[in-house]
Write a protein that binds this ligand. Structure first.
Ligand SMILES: N[C@H](CCC[C@H](N)C(=O)O)C(=O)O
Length: 366
């Protein structure tokens, strides 16, 4: 069931204690939001604890009329109010912003940090901007991590981006878009089953381009190299999908990780901020179930432990093939669910297929 919750703003000093959707309509294209009988009963309570960010809702009971237009919602231009749609890809969740009228993000990195805060803000792993195309592409995608840093690319995010664009333009069914990103041209295609298949382009293996300072092999890649992290010797393979990834299947003493036993919050930041990664790094810890079935957990650069990482799953399959422990087509299980990944030999591109779903609509005073 997908729910479109319109939370009116601006109002001051209250937040939602309970939001009960008495009945809900399935999500409709934004231009012609068809709402059978969404009646929202919102009750409000105590003061919002973060005076800098007034995310507020009044007590209201709204019976949405038929044909309530989402365009009116997302196209409204109140000064200082951001209208957004929340999407997630396997629990890796994003605040999507319709930024199609400008190449300047509507939210600053500092505001993104507050919006992504799961206690004082909306809560998300990042903010994603849908912007006009560049050099002939349909669109441009930019993203701010929840720490305010700007990565080159986001795999789960670009699936959400495709669904967001499709919904903005009332494009039901199968379609694909060309998207300019920090990782170059990315082509997401919405499938008949609603999943999104993404051509993620070619992996980058040259150490200096990942980037990493780990001493490379003769072919300039880093495959099953040893690095010391806080006194433990890990075997790592480094891959860029536009953003840097350090993939490990285990340590020198234990080459077969059981990923659920990892203390991710302890070890993740030590990889992220390791001096051998000048741009920091995303780190994927991988368990091999078979040559076509892997399981991973991830500590993301700028976002910490997330439920899924699309670029990370792509880097994991590339690393697994380079280390000789998987086929070119793999299912990768992440805490938020599975992704289908393929590294095609004929064109060297990596393909990722997975879901992307709307969660709710909202407005927030910046
Ligand atoms: N935090 C990542 C960007 C988001 C990647 C991840 N969410 C994905 O789905 O690819 C970085 O700084 O490189």
């Amino acid at each position: 069931m997908s729910v479109a919750t319109i939370v009116s703003a601006p109002l001051t000093s209250s937040n939602i204690r309970s939001l009960s959707i008495i009945s809900s309509s399935s999500f409709s294209p934004i231009n012609s939001f068809k709402c059978s009988s969404v009646a929202l009963k919102l009750t409000t309570t105590s003061l919002l604890r973060n005076p800098n960010l007034r995310f507020s809702v009044s007590a209201m009971s709204v019976a949405a009329q038929e044909n309530l237009s989402q365009t009116a919602f997302l196209d409204r231009r109140e000064t200082g109010v951001l209208h957004f749609v929340k999407y997630h890809g396997l629990g890796n969740d994003f605040i999507m912003v319709n930024n199609l009228d400008s190449m300047e993000p509507k939210v600053t990195p500092e505001q993104a940090v507050k919006l992504c805060d799961r206690n004082f803000g909306i809560g998300a792993d990042g903010v994603i901007f849908a912007m006009p195309g560049y050099n002939g592409t349909d669109y441009t995608m930019r993203i701010f991590n929840s720490d305010g840093s700007e990565p080159e690319m986001c795999g789960n995010g670009v699936r959400c981006f495709a669904k967001f664009i499709s919904d903005l333009n009332s494009l039901p069914g199968k379609q694909s878009f060309t998207v300019h990103t920090g990782a170059g041209l990315i082509v997401p295609e919405i499938q008949d089953d609603g999943k999104v298949k993404v051509d993620m382009g070619e992996p980058v293996l040259k150490a200096s381009d990942v980037p990493t300072k780990i001493a490379p092999n003769k072919d300039e890649s880093v495959v099953k190299a040893k690095i010391e992290v806080d006194g433990v010797n890990w075997n790592v393979t480094c891959v860029s999908m536009g953003n840097p990834h350090c993939v490990t299947f285990g340590t020198q003493d234990n080459e077969n990780l059981v990923v659920d036993e990892l203390n991710l919050a302890e070890v993740g930041p030590k990889f992220e901020h390791h001096p051998l990664f000048p741009a920091r790094t995303n780190t994927e810890f991988v368990q091999v179930f078979s040559r076509s079935h892997l399981k991973m957990r991830v500590w993301e650069r700028g976002a910490g432990a997330t439920l899924a990482c699309g670029t990370g799953a792509c880097a994991v399959v590339v690393a697994a093939i380079l280390e000789g422990c998987s086929e070119r087509k793999c299912r990768v299980d992440l805490p938020g669910g599975p992704l289908e990944i393929e590294w095609r030999e004929e064109n060297n591109h990596v393909y990722m297929t997975g879901p992307a779903e709307v969660v709710f609509y909202g407005s927030v005073e910046l």
